[in-house]
Design a protein around this ligand. Sequence first.
Ligand code: G6P
Length: 619
Amino acid sequence: MCGIVGYIGSGDAVPVLIEGLQRLEYRGYDSAGIAVAGRSGLKVHKRAGRVDDLVATLPKRHRGGVGIGHTRWATHGEPTDVNAHPHLDASGHVAVAHNGIVENAAELRAKLAAEGIDLVSDTDTEVIAQLVGIRAADMALEDAVREALSMIVGTYGLAVIDDRRPDRLVVARNGSPVVLGVGRGAHHVASDVAALVRHTDQVVHLDDHELAVLHADSYRTFTLDARPTDKQPATTEVTATAFDLAGHDDYMHKEIHEQPTTVARTLSGRLDRRFATAHLGGLDLSARDLLGVRRVKILGCGSAYYAGLAGALLVEGLSRIPADAETASEFRYRNPVIDADTLYVAVSQSGETFDTLAAVQEIKRKGGDVIGVVNAPGSTIAGECGSGVYIHAGPEVSVASTKSFTSTVVAFALLALHLGRVRDLGPGDGTRLIDGLDALPGAIDEVLRAEDAIATVAREVIAPAASAFFIGRVRGYAVALEGAQKLKEVSYIHAEAYPAAELKHGPLALVGPEVPTVVVVPDDHLLDKNLASVEEIRARRGLVIAVTDAPAGALGEGGTTGPGGDGRFAAVLRVPRTEPELAPVLLGVPLQLLAHHAALALGRDIDRPRNLAKSVTVE
Ligand code: G6P
């Protein structure tokens, strides 16, 4: 949520900052800005809108050897030019870019006003700029930042420059990520390595309550109370190519098509055929610890939560340990009972989501055990959990999650297999699942080869609709939830998911020829029940698209498929058969393509849906 970048070195900061902001735009894209300091003082340029709008209006003589930049997702104050970051202090010497929330901003604003300082924006960040500015004339910039931060309650990833001290850039972290990049004759800063990897692979992740002072050729790190922390750079595994479009028109499409590879990576080295189980090296729990687990509780937000719902079914199904998933935000605020026999699992692609992190902290505070299922290595949630399962899907750029959803479900299949084999799941079933998991990358590839047919359905049935339902039972319901989420996120078509049997308890009132329903029909013991729901919809002249792994003809579709067909279904999207427990992995993929192509047909900005951001580091 919001991206910050910074540069200090012998070159010009401006192109580096702009390129960095383009890399970080997924974190927020309602306004952007840069501030640079050079011989002619501080120059600030900021605009409501995208980074491209900022570039289009950038004055030619905007240069400087040190600078900071920001791309915003508004929390305090509308996305206007004035509210865009960086923010300046009243003297106009200090500029601040901030990611996070100052919780006591109102109180500090009042205090500053009483001291005669007028704030020009509606943002909480300007308060930090003013607090630093008051002090920076008389002390080292890092000391001024440190003092200002001692007055702040809240979270921050912060970058500060002062044109009277263009030899330094000061950054600090509490709750929002800050990574330093060590270059040749230059140092970089960003919220995410994505913005650094074109310049260096040597990075330093700041910890919470840490501050760094960067010069062109050196850096120092400290705790907020000024004790040196002596952080050494590490080599990041993330490469610049992970952020190329690789011939695709958007990242969502690229990431959907990466899934055969990313699922193979999630599985890599983890299938143990000898003992018919999964080997999870990052899980710091012995077989004896796992024997003591009486319940599994999975927590996450958005698509991570939906992947957790699919994961709970896998865990309960294979290990027979009661398992469920809940949104992290609800969990943390309902004063949950934390049970010593429960294994808590925090799910997060970014490893940064504030509500998920807060839920983890609440569990730990009450003495519970929590593991992570996380994509971003070294992220805050991964660190806070200490142990867990990395999904290894690689950097996900598109706001709408695709490959990380799929890999998270696969990671849960591995966890469930591991838990199951410690308990009552026999080696025969273990081997059956290993074979199924092994075949998933090839099966996903087969689904992707049907893209053209899915795109036609998206264009002709989904895109013209103002609203759509997604229904399913048990495994199919978790898939339906994520399918509806994808469609509403990227196409802005209103979409709602229901357990299939719930349709008749309300939503059926809306079903008719204008409202298509996507029915997720796994080839399991509930197939006939799902077909009964299809008939309820058809009786109201509703269009039905089935997504299934059942063999041709099993849904009574009788060759009348295709948009405009007059048979039972407007379309049947078929995926290869897999082991029943793994069906959600494959059934989800056509729904990603359906959402993508509906959005494309409607001319949406697929990778940057309105009002959203990829990484939500605020409540
Ligand atoms: C945001 C994103 C979603 C994501 C959710 C949780 O809302 O737009 O795509 O599912 O956050 O993110 P996480 O990084 O914790 O998986």
